[in-house]
Every structure is written in structure tokens, then in C-alpha cells.
Design a protein around this ligand. Structure first.
Ligand SMILES: *Cc1c(COP(=O)(O)O)cnc(C)c1O
Length: 371
């Protein structure tokens, strides 16, 4: 029987929990508690505890989180920041708006920043490495730390897609001087609009983040630096605080789905699958996305569409250096090849086991017919 499985089901963020969420929203609105109120402070404390960071600050979105993290860590005009070209444009844009120069490098077979490529890109101007913890997996942080130590570089993590992801037991976002998350609705922890956070263990960086997100205003209301208006709405914070309570179960559900995809698809030799949840004790992945590679990617996408299954080729099928208007003028063959092969299958907590089986059956059918 034909099913319809959208790539992402936005209503499912609210409707299954409508009865519990409405009182949370009403409570905030009846109190008139909209900006920098207790729900935000509580969420920040709970988030910091959840990831094991000393400080967490809610900000307006994940892109602002990156700009603020970079500036709070002291990145300035003239600095170079190394990041993977396989990322959302926001990572590179944040470096640009911090006044620094984004230097784009290759990703590896794990689709994450390639330490060898980072090493080759270090110059006298390099100030920081920005690993992007894509698809809910954390990069090889030991290798990156070694390079950072050798050249005296900061690490600032874009963990927009990786809340709860771990490398050797440590949470994504907490490795360097600062790390960031996004709470865009489709992210692993999504709110009902835009939202983001910066975490840090460093006192001076924390102070800068708190100033930058609220007009440079200190606790007395005095303006002590130039700042922005980039606060996480209290209403969103209340929603996030509520959803954080059951977030570990949501992550376990994603890992179950990944396990089921792996069991259903691993015998198709043409496919490259993400590492399965139990394959590497150094990594605990939260599966923001389930990104596969296929040498028949476009035909497979069409086939799945005919079967009612929504898929996405991430970021319009281009790495950051491939957007001509930005004039990067570099060649990154591994990343370019990857973008001809990658495809994201549906991955979210509203999917049932039958949905996953239906998707796997459709992919098997494609390979029996077409290849
Ligand atoms: C979503 C995302 C961002 C930006 O977050 P917003 O909340 O949409 O501003 C940055 N980097 C990566 C890798 C992302 O996936």
C-alpha cells in the first residue's frame, strides 16, 4: 500500500503533546514574561547541566550563536578561521560577520571536517578551527585538539546539529572555548520558531556572550560594550525547557530508527550508510539526519518520491565554496564528489517502525529494478 512520508513533519512538534504544551505557553503569557525571564534562566541552567558546561546562554538563533561565540572568543578582522566546506552557509557567514576570513577545507568519509585538510590550511593568520558536528555526530576532536595545541589555535564548535552527541563521553559543544546549538524547529531539540544557545566553560567568554546578546548591558543596566539584540524569547525557552525533559528519550528513538535503517539497508553494496549507533564506542551520535551516499542518487530520489517518500539533498546540493557569488575560488574534490552522492532519508521522532520498513523496501525495490 502506498504511504506518504514527508521528509519532516512540522505539526508533529506540537500536536502529539498539545495538552501538555498549552499550559506551558499559557503560563508564560499570563505572567507577561516575554524577555529575559525565569523560564530562560531555568532553561540555561538545565542546558548547561545537560551538556556539562559551566555556562549556557540562550540567543535568538543558531547563526547569531555562532557570531556571538566567535566575537566573544576574540575573533577579529584579519583572523582566519578554518571550517569544513560541507556545512550550512551560516557557519561561514558567521565568520564573515565576525569580521574574519573563513578558510574552507575538506570533509572526510564521516562527512565531518578532515583533520589532515585542517593541518594543511593553517597559516600565520589562523586563529581558530570551527568543527561542525554535522548530522548529530561529533568530529574526531582528539586530532583537532592536537593541531590546535601545536599552533595555539582556539576551537569554536558549531554543534547546531548535535545537542547530546558525544565523543569519548564528552558532549559536542563543550570541547573548545565556546560551542553553539540551534533550536530551529527541525533540529534535534526544536522550538516553535528560531532559537539558539552558546555554551562555554570560560568565565571571560561567558561574560562577553552575556553582553553581546543584550546590547552590551551589564547587570546594572550600564552599557559596557557594543552589543546586539539577540535574546532567546522566554516563550521559546519555556517550550525548550519542557522538551528538554524528554530529550534523552527522543535521542534514543532517533538511534532506534538509525539501527532499523542500518539493518534494512546494510546489504545494499552501492549504499554508504552513516555509522550504526553501536559501531564505535568513541561516538554517541544523535542522528539529526540520516545521510546516505548512492552512486544513483538522483534516480533513487525520484524513485522514493514516486513511492511517497520525501528526501532532501542538503543545502541545495552545494558545499559553501561552490556558491559562486561568494568567490571562494578553491577546489575541494572530495567534498564536491560527496555532494553528487549524498541524500538524506526521513529522520525524526514521528516516524514509525513501519515507515522505516516501507522506506527500506522502496530502496530495495529501486536497486532490484534499476541497477
Ligand atoms: C541550523 C544550522 C545553523 C544555524 O542555525 P539557525 O538556528 O538556523 O540560525 C548553523 N550551522 C549548522 C550546521 C546548522 O545546521
Amino acid at each position: 500500500m502506498q504511504k506518504t512520508i514527508p521528509f519532516f513533519n512540522y505539526q508533529a512538534l506540537f500536536t502529539p503533546q498539545e495538552e501538555e504544551l498549552m499550559p506551558v505557553l499559557l503560563n508564560v503569557m499570563r505572567r507577561g514574561a516575554f524577555i529575559l525571564q525565569k523560564d530562560l534562566l531555568e532553561f540555561e541552567a538545565n542546558l548547561a547541566k545537560f551538556v556539562g558546561a559551566k555556562y549556557a546562554f540562550g540567543v535568538a538563533n543558531g547563526t547569531d550563536a555562532l557570531i556571538i561565540a566567535l566575537r566573544a572568543a576574540g575573533i577579529k578582522p584579519g583572523d582566519e578561521v578554518i571550517l569544513p566546506s560541507h556545512t550550512y552557509i551560516a557557519t561561514a557567514a558567521a565568520v564573515h560577520f565576525a569580521g574574519a576570513t573563513p578558510v574552507l577545507v575538506e570533509c572526510g568519509t564521516d562527512h565531518l571536517i578532515d583533520p589532515e585538510s585542517v593541518k594543511a590550511a593553517v597559516t600565520a593568520k589562523t586563529r581558530a578551527i570551527m568543527p561542525v558536528q554535522l548530522n548529530g555526530r561529533t568530529s574526531e576532536m582528539d586530532a583537532l585538539q592536537t593541531i590546535a595545541d601545536e599552533h595555539n589555535l582556539l576551537i569554536i564548535e558549531d554543534a547546531a546539529q548535535a545537542l547530546g552527541s558525544k565523543y569519548k563521553g564528552q558532549c559536542a559543544g563543550t570541547f573548545g572555548i565556546a560551542g553553539t546549538y540551534s533550536f530551529y524547529p527541525a533540529k534535534v531539540l526544536g522550538c516553535f520558531g528560531d532559537g539558539g544557545a552558546v555554551v562555554t566553560n570560560d568565565d571571560a567568554t561567558a561574560e562577553q556572550v552575556s553582553l553581546l546578546r543584550d546590547h552590551g548591558r551589564n547587570e546594572d543596566g550600564d552599557i559596557v560594550a557594543w552589543g546586539l539584540n539577540s535574546r532567546l524569547d522566554n516563550l521559546q525557552a519555556a517550550v525548550l525547557n519542557f522538551k528538554l525533559q524528554t530529550f534523552p528519550q527522543a535521542v534514543e528513538r532517533r538511534r532506534e530508527i538509525a539501527r532499523r535503517y542500518h539493518a534494512g539497508l546494510s546489504e545494499i553494496s552501492d549504499l554508504v550508510l552513516p555509522p550504526s549507533p553501536d559501531s564505535d564506542p568513541n561516538h554517541y551520535d544523535v542522528y539529526q539526519n540520516y545521510e546516505i551516499e548512492s552512486s544513483h542518487r538522483d534516480a533513487l530520489k525520484d524513485h522514493l518520491k514516486k513511492d511517497g517518500i520525501g528526501t532532501i539533498i542538503q543545502w541545495a546540493g552545494k558545499a559553501v565554496h561552490q556558491f559562486e557569488a561568494l568567490k571562494f575560488n578553491v577546489s575541494l574534490p572530495f567534498t564536491e564528489k560527496m555532494f553528487e552522492r549524498c541524500l538524506m532519508l526521513p529522520m525524526n521522532t514521528s516516524l514509525s517502525a513501519e515507515d522505516i520498513d516501507y522506506i527500506c523496501d522502496s530502496i530495495h525495490h529501486f536497486y532490484r529494478l534499476a541497477v
